[in-house]
Design a protein around this ligand. Structure first.
Ligand code: 7TS
Length: 410
């Protein structure tokens, strides 16, 4: 459907205006893509175009602008549906982001399906966004939150996981790719094992959608969520895919306008899917911007992106490992997009500060995944997270910066 172009990183970089600036007097090397990605001009243009032309509220106006905005919004939804290969557009709910999507599932699914003594399974690798909502709903319902331990290599221990599934398990909620370590979880196997026990699975795809080809029907996951802003789209928009059979039975998460069919002071009836879960005026401009981001990605091709990113990751790991005293976390585990590391016993924050002075953006700390850092008995790490617009030269700049950090603290 879309014309595929050969992968040409220098040409691609021209599409991202924010990459071409100096930070601290040096040309910027942006390696904090797991926190948020930079945006191609096509996305920025589409938002500008929306606000300068069809801006109006959706799903309610008979006037032309409102109809055009509604059409663009619903076309975007269909595009998201095709991109993840959901069976129906009504299974694609527009949210504010991955965190919002997970809260929706935890609270709405939790209120319909959790009872006293139920169990929810997550893993020790999760981002706080896939821990805290489950903790809260479990507390409210008298349910138990269980955590799959990791192997020595920081991978999910599948054997232990299989033994944890039982008739009390209400749901399994697992990240596709760990943001803190970059480990790719065996989500297909987790889903298979869970379904053998009639347990539904939610995948937190905030990092997964960025680095993997996601087909929700092939995965057979029951829920899959992600954020636009990590996937080259604007902030403030996310997607929750859910199987209709669950979404139909789940109560609304928030209430108000949009999500209703009819309101009287005696009784309110709810709108059909997906609107039952979309309360109030949505972020129309940024949904349209995310639509443009997906078109941009499709134009390059997910396969091409994945192949290039894997080469870059392999180059990064081997380059950084060459430096004496650099320890790469979860080394040897299957990984995508992330190199999380320590330099001697230098505190990650100190290292990050110097690396920033050299014009390189990396993240330091626990990366909102404090439990896995506790498990590894470290305060945090330095994390270089990659996008398809990064280059081997940029990795080499990071290599030089780490050597300078070592000299300064050595
Ligand atoms: N799940 C995972 C796996 C994540 O990496 C993140 C954000 C979230 C959920 C939450 O996404 P949000 O868009 O709702 O904020 N991860 C990071 C990170 O690694 N650095 O900053 C944010």
């Amino acid at each position: 459907m879309y014309q595929q172009v050969a992968f040409d990183v220098s040409k691609i970089r021209k599409d991202f205006p924010a990459l071409h600036q100096e930070v601290n007097g040096k040309s910027l090397v942006y390696l904090d893509n797991a926190a948020t990605s930079q945006k191609p001009q096509a996305v920025i243009d589409s938002i500008l175009k929306y606000y300068t032309t069809i801006n109006s509220n959706v799903h309610r106006g008979v006037h032309s602008l409102s109809r055009q905005a509604t059409e663009a919004f619903e076309e975007a939804r269909k595009h998201f549906q095709r991109f993840i290969n959901a069976e129906h557009a009504r299974e694609v709910i527009i949210t504010k982001g991955a965190t919002d999507s997970i809260n929706l599932v935890a609270h709405s699914f939790g209120s319909a399906y959790l009872k006293e003594g139920s169990e929810v399974i997550i893993s020790a690798l999760e981002h706080h966004a896939n821990i805290v909502p489950w903790q809260v709903i479990c507390e409210q319902k008298g349910a138990r939150l269980r955590v799959i331990p990791l192997t020595e290599n920081s991978e999910i221990d599948l054997e232990v996981f299989a033994s944890m599934l039982n008739e009390k398990t209400a749901i399994v909620a697992i990240g596709h790719i760990s943001n803190a370590l970059g480990v790719i979880n065996p989500v297909k196997e987790i889903i298979r094992l869970s379904h053998n026990n009639n347990v539904p699975v939610m995948i937190d795809g905030a990092q997964g959608i960025v680095h993997e080809n996601v087909d929700v029907q092939d995965l057979d996951c029951d829920f899959y969520c992600f954020s636009s802003h990590k996937f080259y789209g604007p902030m403030g928009v996310g997607i929750l895919y859910g199987k209709e059979k669950f979404l139909e039975k789940m109560p609304p998460y928030q209430t108000g306008g949009e999500m209703i069919e009819s309101v009287t002071f005696d009784k309110t009836t709810y709108n059909e899917l997906p609107f039952k879960f979309e309360t109030g005026t949505p972020n129309v401009a940024d949904v349209i911007g995310f639509d443009a981001a997906i078109s941009y990605i499709e134009n390059i091709g997910m396969e091409e992106i994945m192949a290039y990113e894997n080469e870059l990751l392999a180059h990064g790991i081997s380059t950084l490992k060459n430096i004496d005293g650099v320890r790469i976390l979860a080394d040897g585990a299957p990984k995508a997009g992330v190199i999380s590391f320590l330099i001697d016993d230098i505190h990650p924050f100190d290292a990050g500060t110097i690396i920033d002075k050299l014009g390189i953006a990396v993240r330091t700390g626990h990366h909102c995944a404090q439990p896995v850092m506790d498990l590894l008995k470290i305060p945090g790490s330095v994390r270089a997270s990659l996008a398809f617009y990064n280059t081997t030269e940029e990795i080499d700049r990071l290599h030089e910066a780490i050597k300078i950090v070592k000299q300064m603290f050595g």
